[in-house]
Design a protein around this ligand. Structure first.
Ligand SMILES: [Zn+2]
Length: 507
């Protein structure tokens, strides 16, 4: 059969779907196979640093499921986000350009108008393009690119709606007395503005909400995970919804799904809660940085909760993978796992709200699962978030987008090791139409990493320059800037030249 559908596929479908449902899903499956296109599904977990993943050698066993799945993936060990927080980091992923090019550098900012039609959604314009994020700042990017998104799932749809639903279900489903009283009351005041009824109902709802939250409290000892101030959500609900939607859709699909965990607040479920407390793990000591947080933290306690929250992410990604595999979707899908930036628990920094650009803030996971791959491949070359868009375009038989600043990732590109430098950029206060008055820029050129900080009040008018050899010193402990002046100066010239070019339209 030319579509490649065989008896095993049929059995898989027969198991999955009851008689009657199977036929329509089979039809979709045939259409997908005949289109010859692979789905592209990008899963982003927010603030997920490679540094704290056992996949990449972290001492705590934080990613047991991902470690297993990696046996069938291409695993990138030195993959760098474009910046160290959501707005610039995500915009780099979605446009394949650096923050100083797309200019979404301030919190919750947009890319400049020139890039409104230059996102990865535009590249996949012959696919059914879906997008979801728990993170409001990511939704700002979706708003910008919405003409190229076919199905933008509202943020709250996969947030507290599930809780409200269960409230209503409790209200009208399980408790006959209350529901009938409410109905009677509603009937009595109909036409009278309904104020009394709403007041009455809202009291009942808040009573049930408390009960529902109490139920979740036993599952989430530190409280239910939230996005924003009060939107509680369950990662498994979002995973289930997205997985089921993907299975039910006509393919091909391009999907970008950006879930909030393990971003703070770190709220591991009970099965992982305090699993790492008192395990004796001691991270290497690092001195307080000039860009340390103003307030003091119980850093090691917060690191524990974050690591336990990673276990939840790992568990749920495992479920997502299994759903897609069981349904047969993975047979025709490029599945990507990555993050928008990292997270740090060192040098007086907890989280990622800092001008510092040490590796835990920038190094993120990248795994590519491609159909038919049954062996793990490890890539140690330094790679960038900018590379994902041109790589996925290439793997989908598309031209490299003309505006892309990235490269096709190994092992797919034909040339040998690239000698280009990998950059990451932060300029938190930079307005889109002005040059960067202050900034943090790193340039990576194996095995070196150059840090350059300028314009900050903490520096009193001077610059801060650091050079590390990541091969011999992956924890960035020994600054070589004065010991290796030639390397430092060469890299600094190159970095400043790039910075000048990036600023030139805004001078
Ligand atoms: Zn983020």
């Amino acid at each position: 059969m030319s579509s490649g559908f065989n008896r095993r596929d049929f059995l898989k479908f027969s198991v999955m779907f009851p008689v009657g449902v199977a036929a329509s899903n089979l039809a979709k499956f045939f259409r997908a196979r005949q289109s010859g296109k692979k789905n592209v599904i990008i899963v982003v977990f927010d603030a997920f640093t490679a540094h704290n993943m056992s996949l990449y050698g972290y001492a705590r066993e934080t990613t047991p499921n991902i470690n297993k799945l990696a046996d069938r993936a291409i695993v990138y060990h030195n993959h760098y986000a474009g910046s160290n927080f959501t707005s610039p980091g995500t915009a780099s992923l979605l446009t394949g350009t650096l923050p100083w090019t797309h200019r979404a550098m301030q919190p919750n900012s947009r890319v400049v108008e020139k890039y409104f039609d230059k996102s990865i959604f535009n590249v996949f314009n012959d696919f059914h393009r879906m997008a979801y994020s728990h993170n409001e700042w990511v939704n700002t990017h979706f708003e910008t690119f919405k003409k190229d998104i076919d199905e933008w799932i509202p943020r709250l749809q996969l947030c507290n709606q599930s809780l409200s639903d269960s409230v209503i279900e409790n209200l009208f489903g399980n408790d006959r007395d209350i529901s009938s009283v409410a109905w009677v009351r509603n009937a009595e005041i109909s036409g009278g503005g309904g104020y009394a009824y709403s007041l009455y109902l809202s009291r009942i709802i808040s009573y049930f909400e408390e009960k529902v939250y109490a139920k979740y409290l036993s599952r989430f000892p530190k409280g239910i995970p939230t996005s924003g101030t009060d939107n509680g959500f369950l990662l498994e609900d979002a995973i289930d919804w997205v997985g089921e939607r993907l299975i039910s859709l006509d393919e091909p699909i391009f999907g970008y799904f950006h879930f909030l965990p393990p971003h703070s607040p770190y709220r591991p479920p009970s099965e992982f809660f305090e699993l790492f407390s008192k395990d004796g793990y001691t991270p290497p000591f690092k001195p307080r940085d000039i860009f340390a947080d103003k307030k003091e933290h119980n850093t090691e306690r917060l690191r524990e909760y974050y690591d336990e929250f990673i276990l939840y992410v790992d568990q749920q990604f495992g479920r997502f993978y299994e759903m897609l595999e069981r349904s047969g979707v993975l047979n025709d899908t490029l599945l990507i796992l990555t993050s928008d930036h990292g997270e740090a628990f060192e040098r007086g920094v907890v989280g990622h709200d800092t001008s510092a650009l040490y590796d835990p803030l920038l190094k993120v996971p990248l795994l590519i699962f491609e159909p038919g791959r049954n062996e793990r491949m490890d890539i140690y070359e330094q790679t960038s978030a900018l590379d994902l868009m041109p790589t996925l375009a290439y793997l989908s038989n598309k031209e490299t987008p003309s505006w892309s600043e990235g490269e096709i990732l190994p092992p797919f590109r034909e040339s040998e090791n690239s000698r280009r430098g990998v950059y990451a950029v932060r300029s938190y206060g930079a307005e889109a139409n002005k040059n960067m008055q202050e900034g943090s820029v790193v340039l990576l050129r194996h095995p070196y990493k150059l840090h350059y900080y300028y314009g900050y009040s903490e520096l009193n008018g001077s610059e801060k320059i650091l050079l590390f050899n990541l091969e011999t010193d992956p924890e960035e402990m020994k600054n070589l800037a004065s010991l290796e002046p030639e390397i430092t100066n060469n890299m600094l010239d190159e970095l400043k030249d790039s910075l000048k070019k990036a600023n030139s339209p805004y001078l």
